[in-house]
Design a protein around this ligand. Structure first.
Ligand code: E4P
Length: 226
């Protein structure tokens, strides 16, 4: 299972790539807003960074960038996606999972522009992305679980359907909020997870590790070294 970072902040992206070996990035309008930059500056910075880092191309390091969420018609989505895609060979275009979005994704994929069908909340939406050969499908977990749903059956079902139907689209489980959800996605056979910087950082932590270090340091100090 690959790890993508859900962020548009270059310092986080660079740190996570160099230290944790993340495999790609997902952004959305909220992440771009949090970066404090204009949309164009934020995506240009990421585009320049992948180039400098020697990881040009979506096959090596995909960076998902979302189209203007106000666009509702497939033709306009396709036009917006083409503009964003022209900025960097790493950009995979995030298209919302509406009927028009699925039509746009289908057309873009046919023209070689890779897409990430996003804002997916049901297995039937995931099927729409898979049968149209999108590069990624992004079923969201955190938003559903925040409103009281247990997402395990839903993600399990999406993965099961994708295997049964031999869809090539990769299941990118999104909006994960903690290490437990990362582990569940891994156990269910997700292809990729995407999480915020702090979620990954927290996932390294366990209080018993700190406790154990404390115990071992005391023993270390009380032991002759030679
Ligand atoms: C995934 O591709 C999305 O960008 C992301 O997971 C959205 O959710 P969040 O910003 O609430 O984490």
């Amino acid at each position: 299972m690959q790890f993508f970072l859900d962020s548009a902040k270059l310092d986080e992206i660079q740190y996570a790539f160099r230290n944790w070996g993340i495999d790609g990035v997902t952004t959305n309008p909220r992440h771009i807003q949090v970066s404090g930059l204009t949309f164009r500056k934020a995506v240009d910075k990421i585009a320049a960074w992948v180039e400098d880092e020697g990881i040009a191309g979506w096959e090596r390091f995909p960076v998902s960038v979302e189209i203007d969420p106000y666009i509702e018609e497939a033709d306009k989505m396709v036009a917006a996606a083409k503009e964003i895609s022209a900025i960097s060979p790493n950009f995979v275009i995030k298209i919302p999972c509406t009927e028009q979005g699925v039509i746009a994704s289908r057309r873009l994929e046919a023209e070689g522009i890779r897409t990430n069908v996003t804002l997916v909340f049901s297995p039937s939406q995931a099927i729409a992305a898979g049968r149209n050969n999108a590069l990624f499908v992004s079923p969201f977990v955190g938003w559903k679980e925040a409103s009281g749903e247990d997402c395990e059956p839903y993600i399990r079902r999406v993965v099961e359907i994708y295997r049964a139907q031999s869809y090539k689209t990769r299941v990118l489980v999104a909006a994960l909020r903690n290490g437990k959800q990362i582990a569940e996605a891994a156990a269910m056979g997700a292809d990729i997870v995407t999480c915020g910087f702090q979620v990954y950082k927290d996932s390294f932590y366990h209080p018993f590790t700190d406790y154990g270090l404390d115990v071992f340091r005391k023993s270390w100090d009380a032991t002759e070294k030679d």
